[in-house]
Design a protein around this ligand. Structure first.
Ligand code: ADP
Ligand code: MG
Length: 253
């Protein structure tokens, strides 16, 4: 059975892209067939797996707006078992271009139906907003992973996100679930990080992943080499924890 997971939080810089790329690579290393869908106009997931945006024949924009068959937009990556539908800056226009279209929130869902059974996991890396691209993602998804950065104000803005999840559940996708809440960029040297963990666990209870992603320099270096952490530095702490996370995700199958 395949599962579509949106990685969403309207805050930027919380680890959505890092998690999409490295959880994707982690799942692939466990033998799963994984498709990344980059739906952020910044295209960081796309460059993060070493795809040159200038060479992309079809991107997610073409799928959403020009009704290109998603099979024609899938590109393989250097990681065995990990494919991607890339994003280019073209996608920046989609937010506006989709507004007047019919069933505009259902576009991604319809497209992913056509490729779903080729994969065990489809991970959608959402943009830092609650606009129409994130709505498409939450409508297409079976569940959502919410990365939360271990910092002051960690919970700020989350009620907005959860409210959006509830609205989607009510109107667009009744079966949408919260897959899990992922604490990211934890720094064991500060008390703050530990306080944030407690606060988030109080709020989300058993939805919080046991795996906590620490701050790890190798994780921040890997994208500039166009690689996931698992290929860039398989022995790093960053690689270890994302493989742990992948195992945890698989355990909830
Ligand atoms: P988002 O997609 O939510 O905007 P990113 O995944 O792009 O967030 O992360 C924001 C920045 O923080 C990036 O420069 C990324 O390399 C860095 N980063 C993310 N996770 C970690 C981590 N665990 N340790 C160190 N740096 C990280
Ligand atoms: Mg991102």
């Amino acid at each position: 059975m395949s599962k579509i997971i949106a990685v969403a939080n309207q805050k930027g810089g919380v680890g959505k892209t890092t998690t999409s790329v490295n959880l994707g690579a982690g799942l692939a290393s466990l033998g799963k067939r994984v498709l990344l869908v980059d739906i952020d106009p910044q295209g960081n997931t796309t460059s993060g797996v070493g795809i040159n945006k200038a060479d992309v024949p079809n991107c997610i924009y073409d799928v959403l707006i020009n009704e290109v068959d998603p099979n024609e937009a899938i590109t393989s990556t250097q990681v065995e078992g990990l494919d991607i539908i890339p994003a280019t800056i073209q996608l920046a226009g989609a937010e506006i271009e989709l507004v007047p279209t019919i069933s505009r929130e259902l576009r991604l869902k319809k497209s992913l139906q056509l490729v779903k059974n080729k994969y065990d996991y489809i991970l959608i890396d959402c943009p830092p907003s609650l606009g129409i691209l994130t709505l498409n993602s939450l409508t297409a998804a079976d569940s959502v992973i919410i990365p939360i950065q271990c910092e002051y104000y960690a919970l700020e803005g989350l009620s907005q996100l959860l409210n959006t999840v509830r609205l989607v559940q009510k109107h667009l996708n009744t079966s949408l679930q919260i897959e899990g809440v992922l604490l990211t960029m934890f720094d064991a040297r500060t008390n703050l990080g530990i306080q944030v963990i407690e606060e988030v666990k109080k709020y989300f209870q058993n939805k919080v992943y046991q795996t906590i992603i620490p701050r790890n320099v190798r994780l921040s270096e890997a994208p500039s080499h166009g690689q996931s952490i698992i290929t860039y530095d398989p022995r790093s702490r960053g690689a270890e924890v994302y493989i742990e996370l992948a195992k945890e995700v698989v355990s909830y199958e």
